[in-house]
Design a protein around this ligand. Structure first.
Ligand SMILES: Nc1nc2c(ncn2[C@@H]2O[C@H](COP(=O)(O)OP(=O)(O)O)[C@@H](O)[C@H]2O)c(=O)[nH]1
Ligand SMILES: [Mg+2]
Length: 478
């Protein structure tokens, strides 16, 4: 009896209750128009859920009911018994198609009468009132399979008030937070609906399993891209010609340039991951890492990732390597240059890099005369852990974020400390490395050491890495 080939769900309700937000979340489409101004959606718009070129289902965003009571009055006057309810709704739309008073009602009823299922959305933070009865009654008259969703826009909770009236009209009533719903909750909504309509059971169950598989593939792809970035960042160095006349401000500029290149590599990885999860219009506010003493390698920064110095020591994240593997500028061949103009440059750099023991730097003589400063790679042994910690944190945020959210993604300290606090409350755990099994931690340490030492990774290293990262991500299915 459906004119649609695919499972189709019309999202309906009062204006401004989060209908478009639900469409956005369930279709993973950030381009759906969401607005605090009611009346933004005036015509239906359909959003297909596509995976690998196949459309699994479609969601139809509709304008909110405007005159449900008058519409219901008309229908009651034109109905003689329950057996003609559906036909009466059809007649109503037929007769009022051109009537501007009932534009919204005719729009939203049209796909339902063509066979779309109904997701009726109410806001659980506003009280129930009898004005909703007419909406629910009209929907019931259509005879289409339906489910009620309690979204929560504000702080207040009137869920209890809503339970009874909703239960009278809908077989399934669920709470569903359009902005916060986890991926699993989204999939459960689909499978819930599959129980309501026989002809959709198979396609919707299949859609759910395809979505889970897609999620899994994306997480694996994301961890592959993280490891590639980690390798590039760990190997990165820059060669910069230096002259006798090089000045200190020039040197500052060069170090800044080196740092910016690393920041750009990290940013490119973030964009890639955001694209992978279809967050195309995402605005992100990020604390850039910088290679200054009181930033990347300070205890302050570690604590941003939930690491205390003690933890770093016990997990082996700090330790041993720092002193030994470091090629301190100011030592070895470089001292040759001391005393010259170049020496002044190097001397300045030494104070800058040397004290922090983090970036390998050397001066090379060029065959045709002149010298180059080779800056990088970063040799501080915490580098890979910090970069990885930041990447995992970002990926976790992206995986948790619904497409209904339009606010800036804040990866700064505040949000991080909040999420760390939450993690601590629920599990007593802090940094991702705390959640690792002992053998995982060992594997990861050895993989990160290989990366730090610029040794090639084996296929099995990569697979282990992928698995370890994936397990840190919400919505990962074993
Ligand atoms: N805090 C919060 N705000 C929401 C939620 N769902 C919708 N909103 C906000 O409510 C307003 C109306 O949302 P929209 O989806 O456009 O509602 P529609 O008119 O029913 O399509 C927008 O400002 C949304 O950002 C939610 O779950 N939580
Ligand atoms: Mg809308």
């Amino acid at each position: 009896m459906s004119e649609f080939e695919l499972p189709s769900l019309a999202i309906v309700g009062h204006p401004n209750k989060g209908k478009s937000s639900i469409v956005s979340t369930l279709s993973q489409d950030g381009s759906v128009g969401i607005s605090p101004v009611s009346g933004t959606t005036v015509v239906n718009r359909s959003f297909p859920m596509r995976v690998d070129g196949t459309t699994l289902y479609q969601l139809i965003d509709t304008p909110g009911f405007q005159r449900s009571r008058s519409a219901m009055d008309w229908m009651q006057q034109h109905s003689t018994s329950a057996s003609d309810h559906r036909q009466t709704v059809i007649n109503f739309v037929e007769q009022h198609k051109e009537d501007p008073r009932f534009e919204a009602e005719c729009q939203l009823l049209e796909p339902i009468l063509k066979g779309a299922g109904i997701l009726y959305v109410i806001d659980g933070s506003t009280p129930y009132g009898p004005e909703y009865d007419a909406e629910m009654e009209i929907l019931r008259w259509t005879g289409q399979p339906s489910m009620a969703l309690i979204n929560q826009i504000g702080e207040a909770e009137y869920f209890d008030q809503w339970q009874q009236p909703l239960a009278q009209y809908f077989k399934i009533v669920r709470t569903f937070d359009a902005q916060q719903a986890s991926f699993e909750r989204q999939v459960q909504l689909l499978t819930g609906f599959s129980e309501l309509a026989d002809s959709w059971r198979d396609p919707l169950q299949k859609a759910a399993s395809i979505l889970r598989q897609q999620r899994k593939n994306r997480i694996i792809q994301a961890s592959d891209s993280i490891i590639e970035t980690l390798i590039s960042m760990s190997n990165y160095s820059q060669r910069i010609p230096v002259r006798e006349s090089s000045t200190e401000s020039e040197q500052d500029r060069l170090t800044l340039q080196f740092q910016k290149s690393l920041v750009a590599m990290e940013a490119a990885n973030r964009v890639e991951i955001e694209q992978l999860f279809q967050h195309h219009q995402l605005e992100r506010s990020d604390t850039e890492f910088s290679l200054t003493e009181d930033d990347l390698f300070s205890e302050n920064t570690w604590s941003v990732f939930g690491l205390t110095r003690d933890q770093l020591v016990t997990t082996g994240i700090v330790g041993g390597a720092a002193g030994g593997s470091l090629m301190d500028i100011g030592s070895g061949g470089l001292t040759l240059f001391l005393g010259s103009g170049l020496g002044a440059l190097v001397g300045g750099a030494s104070a800058w890099f040397g004290s922090q023991q983090m970036i390998k730097t050397k001066i090379l003589g060029l065959p045709l005369g002149g010298s180059e400063l080779v800056i990088g790679p970063v040799v501080n042994p915490n580098f890979q852990w910090v970069v990885l910690g930041r990447a995992i944190n970002h990926l976790q945020h992206i995986c948790r974020r619904t497409h209904a959210r339009r606010d800036t993604l804040i990866l700064g300290n505040d949000e991080l400390s909040v999420s760390i606090e939450q993690a601590t409350e629920s599990s007593g755990e802090q940094h991702f490395s705390d959640k690792l099994e002992k053998d995982e931690k060992n594997s990861l340490r050895s993989i990160l050491n290989r990366i730090a030492n610029q040794k090639a990774l084996t296929e099995s290293d990569r697979q282990k890495f992928s698995r370890i990262i994936s397990r840190q991500i919400p919505g990962w299915y074993e």
